[in-house]
Ligand binder design. Structure first.
Ligand code: GLA
Length: 447
């Protein structure tokens, strides 16, 4: 992930921006809500040894398996629709025409056939490339002169999503390359979600990172370091995102999302409480919900967290406003909030403690809610609380390194997650929207 940055003067770089061909807006109907799906990297890394580890190596079999699980175990209906190949899928050499090609032993049927398979399961395929000489793991990169060829190759294969990393390039190449790839993808005529790792390589913050420009060329972007399989790593990322919320929170919206990296729920590093914390906070952040876990061996507790319909509903809220941290108490309790459609909102209480469940005392008016009466649904508890007046004292018991997540609606708002059919209707609505977007994008004519 750590790319080489060269000390090129910022002013020089900025002036180059004006020389760039006019970038088409990425406002093309894709990623109106944060993308959801599965990605190989965090769980399966660059395991290329299919002789020794056939179940887990990066191969077409792994992606078919995951597509099967997404299609058969209820994920697709919840919105988890992208199956995303990460690094290490390529052959070490391009083909005689200069095109990228998959490793012939691990992807004997080729990517086009894999895309067909993924589409036949009602899902979409994502792929990985790198703006630079080599990918982070040393496979062929996409230098500036290869951008159009690679974009066309992905379109020809039927790819629906590109993660464009930035290892082994300098700041100038990135400045030119990311907008050019955006344009090249658009020029293919095939709708492809464009995920940019650019900010990570140039310091993550303004003025080096221009979040307005990013929003114009990318549907999502990796702001910061890679997530690893641990609570420490998760907190490191969380701290960065909320410490810098003033810069990054306004950058998000339909079609443009900050990406704090994959969901590690279901792996080895998080307890059940910590898993709920990731799901809750990624939903507050309007973060892409891209799982990286072995869906063939997921335990029921992790499955329930990842398939929590109300948390997903909050994540996918059509208003698309990213939430913020409201409070960091001395008691190591933190409060997060995200506004949702119809004057509803989501609140998360997070405990950074390591002793025992902590009883936190507050009220909705202390958290900034308008005077009035509210209905509250406990997202992971799966139950409705008694109606609350904004001034009424409330006590919340929060487990160590755990969360309590509430969906809050004005009292007169009906229905809500507390109604038996509401959640199911919401899911149905999302499925319908996706099908309509799919039709509008013309994808069906290409399949
Ligand atoms: C970088 C990215 C990761 C992953 C690896 C693959 O580190 O940030 O998400 O794609 O490269 O090599």
């Amino acid at each position: 992930m750590i790319g080489s940055t060269v000390p090129v003067s910022l002013l020089f770089l900025l002036s180059l921006l004006f020389l760039l061909p006019r970038v088409q807006s990425n406002d093309n109907g894709l990623a109106r809500t944060p993308p959801m799906g599965w990605m190989a990297w965090e769980r399966f890394r660059c395991d290329t040894d299919c002789k020794d580890d056939p179940q887990n190596c990066i191969s077409e079999a792994l992606f078919r398996d995951m597509a099967d699980r997404l299609a058969e175990d209820g994920w697709r209906e919840l919105g988890y629709e992208y199956v995303i190949i990460d690094d290490c899928w390529m052959s070490k050499a391009r083909d005689p025409e200069g095109r990228l090609q998959p490793d012939p032993d691990r992807f004997p049927s080729g990517i086009r056939r894999l895309a067909d398979y993924v589409h036949s399961r009602g899902l979409k395929l994502g792929i990985y490339a790198d703006m630079g000489r080599y990918t982070c793991m040393g496979f062929p990169g996409t230098t500036l002169d290869r951008i159009r060829t690679d974009a066309q190759t992905f379109a020809d294969w039927g790819v629906d999503y590109l993660k464009f990393d930035g290892c082994n390039s300098n700041a100038l190449e990135q400045l030119l390359g990311y907008p050019l790839m955006s344009k090249a993808l658009n020029a293919t005529g095939r709708p492809m979600v464009f995920s940019c790792s650019w900010p990570v390589y140039v310091g993550s913050l303004p003025p080096e990172v221009n979040y307005t420009l990013l929003g114009e060329i990318c549907h999502l972007w990796r702001n910061y370091y890679d997530i690893q399989d641990s609570w420490d790593s998760l907190q490191f990322i969380l701290d960065w995102f909320f410490t810098h919320q003033d810069f990054i929170q306004p950058a998000a919206g339909p079609g443009r999302w900050n990406d704090p990296d994959m969901l590690i729920i279901g792996n080895f590093g998080l307890s059940l409480d910590q898993s709920r914390a990731q799901m809750a906070l990624w939903s507050i952040m309007a973060a892409p919900l891209i799982m990286s876990t072995d869906l063939r061996q997921l335990d029921n507790a992790a499955r329930a967290v990842l398939q929590n319909k109300v948390a997903i509903n909050i994540n996918q809220d059509p208003l698309g406003v990213q939430g913020r941290r409201l409070l960091q108490e001395k008691s190591k309790i933190e409060v997060y909030w995200r506004p949702l459609v119809d004057s509803c909102s989501a609140v998360v209480f997070l405990s950074r403690r390591s002793d025992m469940p902590y009883i936190y005392h507050t009220s909705l008016s202390k958290l900034g809610f308008d005077k009035g009466s509210y209905q509250v649904y406990d997202v992971f508890g799966g139950s409705r609380l008694k109606p609350l007046n904004s001034t009424e004292p409330i006590r919340v018991s929060i487990n160590p390194s755990g969360v309590v997540m509430w969906y809050i609606a004005p009292a007169n708002r009906n229905p809500g997650p507390w109604d038996r059919d509401w959640v199911q209707n919401q899911v149905q609505k999302q499925v319908q929207n996706r099908i309509q977007n799919w039709d509008r994008s013309g994808l069906h004519t290409l399949l």
